[in-house]
Design a protein around this ligand. Structure first.
Ligand code: FES
Length: 145
């Protein structure tokens, strides 16, 4: 059912954790299942994502796509990171079962939410970035493991 790459990233997820004083943090929830993901970005003064971490309270596909998404954004600039779609993440994982495609959206949305947070904090505009719809604001978020 799952590709070897999905199983690899699920059983050995990369970049799990959090970044203190991150440049941008995005927390999103998946309306279909209630799962939650948070992504932390460390962006240097040149706009390069030099570190990224994630925490996911979600299914195996959500863990695997978050892990792969963090690998894909690391070292990219913010514009390049914005172009990384859930489809690109799924392709990098050699696909997901159809019923698990929605899980891959969490990673894309969490990256966008973290980029939005970064842009807001620094008072900059990232072309093509829209305000995240599903960002969970402080106060209503739940504990993420
Ligand atoms: Fe919720 Fe996969 S079932 S993210």
């Amino acid at each position: 059912m799952y590709s070897e790459k999905v199983m690899d990233h699920f059983t050995n997820p990369r970049n799990v954790g959090e970044i203190e004083n991150a440049s941008g943090v995005g927390t999103v929830g998946n309306a279909k299942c209630g799962d939650i993901m948070r992504i932390y970005l460390d962006i240097n003064k040149d706009g390069i994502i030099q570190d990224v971490k994630f925490k996911t309270f979600g299914c195996g596909a959500a863990v695997a796509t978050s892990s792969m998404a963090t690998e894909l954004v690391k070292g990219k600039n913010v514009q390049e990171a914005l172009q990384i779609t859930n489809k690109a993440v799924m392709d990098a994982l050699d696909g997901l079962p159809a019923v698990k495609v929605h899980c891959s959206l969490l990673a894309e949305e969490a990256i966008h939410a973290a980029l939005w947070d970064y842009a807001t904090k620094n008072n900059i505009e990232i072309e093509g970035l829209e305000k995240p719809k599903s960002d969970i604001s402080e106060g209503e978020e739940e504990e993420v493991y």
